[in-house]
Design a protein around this ligand. Structure first.
Ligand code: HEC
Ligand code: HEC
Length: 378
């Protein structure tokens, strides 16, 4: 279980808004046999996280580490993580119970409260009360536009529906740091090629001098291929998100993507006023979309990732929108905090787009999920 993890982000789409579902692939070491097992079946000393998927435990630990600003060894013996020798581990168990109970009893089972809600990156929470998503003051003074008006302006800003619909394939090339190592804390420079084809096909390949990693959405499911060529499907909880994000015309389909959309107010982001729109996908926690009040473009998307101990925040920022050459705009710089939805808080990763090519012919067969192999395609 202590083999190095390599987390890889999956696919944005036409507007580059999504980028959230993430696959964890093992870069080295023997293939884990923990699939299909619960944490208590696979690990030795699980008392609170009983019944949760074993394959999520390591991620959960890294989230806790980042949420609290601690090291694994503050709670564990390095040689035996099952040992109960550290007081902080016992405290953490009590806190996990509290969080699980709170979410169950006070938030209708939604993963609303997390370690981060109180801890904000430090072991002893600051004495400042963290208020739930508050209404910005301006919203009472100004008349906010409707959801429809904001979305219509966004589509105009991207070049208009007609320009967007004329594009049926897109190839994005650029550079990006891959979050590698435990918790994704070691950034590794990589090149990226992301091929997209309507209605919802995605193939993404990251290359470093030493290895290649790919992942995609084949129209049905999200998959990832690790350095050894082993292909796995994304975790169940990531599949819904991957499906939404694979939509080639996502900017045009935002109203269908969310069961509920609401305008919440105005917030300032990097010297730009934005309209904050909260969108709730069916059966998933709400996301926040920030649209520039002047240009109409989407500047930020915030979502959370459900884990056994609550939701972990994930923010994607879009800047440097440019015309790709086909009359539609795309953000040429996309920054993620943390580096992926499943890496530790405090990590970051930037996709710097070098080239966007629209309407190149791409054979649909290219998007087929590859067969799991012993050797990776380079
Ligand atoms: C704040 C304390 C805390 C930190 C930090 C922490 N853990 Fe844990 N860890 C726990 C607790 C508590 C459990 C037991 C959970 C339970 O009983 O359900 C646990 C269980 C585990 C287990 C299962 C051991 C077994 O066989 O029973 C592993 C493996 C593990 N942690 C790895 C890690 C790694 C790797 C890190 C650093 C990335 C880490 N933990 C950081 C508190 C922590
Ligand atoms: C409702 C707020 C709240 C939430 C949610 C919360 N904690 Fe805490 N936690 C606290 C407070 C307050 C303290 C400090 C208690 C004290 O001062 O002794 C604390 C202390 C701790 C400590 C001891 C730190 C130290 O250095 O002594 C650990 C470990 C810890 N929390 C783990 C967690 C974990 C893991 C989670 C998520 C599963 C979590 N907490 C969620 C409020 C919270």
């Amino acid at each position: 279980m202590h083999s190095k993890l390599l987390s890889v982000r999956r696919a944005t789409t036409l507007s580059g808004i999504a980028l959230s579902a993430v696959l964890i692939v093992h870069a080295q070491g023997a293939p884990p046999v923990l699939e299909g097992k619960t944490a208590d079946q696979f690990f030795k000393n699980i008392q609170v996280l009983k019944g949760t998927p074993a394959e999520q435990l390591n991620q959960t630990m890294h989230l806790i580490k980042g949420d609290l600003g601690l090291d694994c060894e503050d709670c564990h013996e390095e040689k035996d993580r099952a040992a109960d020798t550290k007081e902080l581990k016992e405290t953490a168990r009590k806190m996990m119970k509290m969080v699980i109970e709170l979410n169950k009893n006070s938030f209708g089972g939604e993963q609303t409260v997390t370690c981060y809600t109180c801890h904000r990156g430090s072991p002893i929470p600051l004495n400042t009360p963290i208020l739930p998503l508050s209404e910005p003051e301006e919203s009472s003074k100004i008349t906010l536009p409707s959801v429809d008006q904001i979305l219509a302006k966004y589509i105009e800003a991207l070049g208009g529906e007609q320009a967007i619909r004329q594009i049926t394939t897109r190839v994005i090339t650029g550079t990006e740091e891959l979050p590698t190592g435990p918790g994704g804390t070691v950034p590794m420079p990589a090149t990226i090629e992301r091929d997209l084809k309507a209605p919802n096909l995605v193939l993404e390949v990251h290359r470093t001098p030493g290895f290649a990693l790919s992942n995609g959405f084949d129209g049905k499911a999200a998959w990832a291929q690790d350095v050894r060529g082993r292909v796995t499907e994304a975790l169940k909880i990531d599949q819904m998100r991957a499906r939404r994000n694979a939509d080639f015309y996502e900017p045009l389909d935002l109203k269908q993507e969310y069961a509920k959309l609401e305008v919440r107010g105005v917030e300032r982001i990097n010297d730009h006023d934005t309209y904050v729109v909260v969108g709730t996908p069916q059966g998933e926690p709400p996301e926040r979309l920030y649209f520039d009040t002047l240009t109409g473009l989407l500047l930020r998307r915030e979502s959370v990732l459900s884990t056994a101990v609550g939701n972990s925040p994930f923010q994607v920022n879009y800047t440097d929108y440019r015309d790709t050459g086909s009359g539609a705009k795309f953000p040429y710089r996309i920054t993620m905090y943390p580096a992926s939805a499943r890496t530790e808080l405090g990590t970051t990763s930037t996709l710097r787009v070098l080239k966007v090519q629209d309407n190149l012919p791409i054979d649909t067969a290219k998007f087929a999920k590859p067969a799991s192999a012993a050797t990776a395609a380079q």
